[in-house]
Design a protein around this ligand. Sequence first.
Ligand code: PHB
Length: 400
Amino acid sequence: MQKKSTYDRRGFLLGSTAIAGATAAGALLPTGTALAQQGKLKVGLMLPYTGTFAQLGVAITNGFKLAIEERGGKLGGREIEYFTVDDESNPAKAPENVNKLVQRDKVDVVIGTVHSGVVMGMAKVLKESGTLWINPNGGAGAMTGAACAPNFFRTSFSNWQTTHALGKVLKAKGHKNAVFITWKYAAGEEMMGGFKEGFEKEGGKLTKELYVPFPQVEFQALLTEIASIKPDAVVAFFAGGGAAKFLKDYQAAGLKGKIPLYGSGFLTDGVLEAVGDAGEGVETTLHYADGLDTKKDKAFRLAYAKTFKLQPDVYAVQGYDAGQLLAAGLDGVKGNVANKVGVIKAMEAAKIDSPRGPWTLSKAHNPVQDMYLRKVVGKENKVQGVAWKALADPARGCKA
Ligand code: PHB
């Protein structure tokens, strides 16, 4: 039997704990409830720790934990207990995996994940349960679009956002046509769509869409096709291990230096150590870059390198900001996470002082943020300027 659900004034499912939260400030709390509120905050991490996105999951986890450690290991006065699930970037297992955190572990908040298909599998379960959810990567448009909900928050990007500014960039370079190459799944298709819309607005033409199944990395046949099409430019989305392989194959196929390569910044983030000079000169757009030279970014990079003996990347920043956003929510209710409406309001109002630059949330709970133009110079994605100031996802279909 299902419990009767609670909805806020906009008709969103809030879950039964919201009611408990509304009375939690009262003086007549049973002792058990009062004690429970002082217990540890249960944080569920659902991320890829194996497969092509494994490094991304680790960077997000590191960033998140760094933000918590900077607050003395506590949020809203409460210590943290972590529960971890490896989602393997497998959409088919997403409902079962997120239910391990929601039903078995009874976490207060879910942090996850990287892969857009897994994000959508999580969305079904988390809309029904009303569990607080902060997504530190996966850009599926629907999460903050048609499937938006008051308990859904994202500290990363929508797929659309990451490529939309590239249209202007290509136009400025005088490119009139381009080919887009990516994995065949939501993230690739939506990044292709964001680019196409932006490029066509500038009078450009997307002449071909090329796809490989996720997570395959057999690019040879498509690189041969690109060589025969001879477009003005190639635009790509791959990430993690797949991005490193693509950059190397592009060079090995003799295309580097002949047909300029662009992408959403995932193509070159976190992979430059692995690809030698195959990334050199590649220009991308993203909400983070090397060389931003702000106080916050410098402090973050120093702390991250010291703690993990690694250089941070965009994924680490997104994880860090998930910790910062959750901190804002918990501070707003002094640790009383049962007051879900209060947590949501505090997170909605948060101004995140991020290593990427300050950002706020849109009405649909997606960051409104600057998109940088970056260029690979040595082992860095050097900032070239802001390609689009305060870019907001259009949140198509979100009725919030
Ligand atoms: C996604 O599936 O949404 C995704 C995965 C990896 C990235 C970016 C987006 O680097």
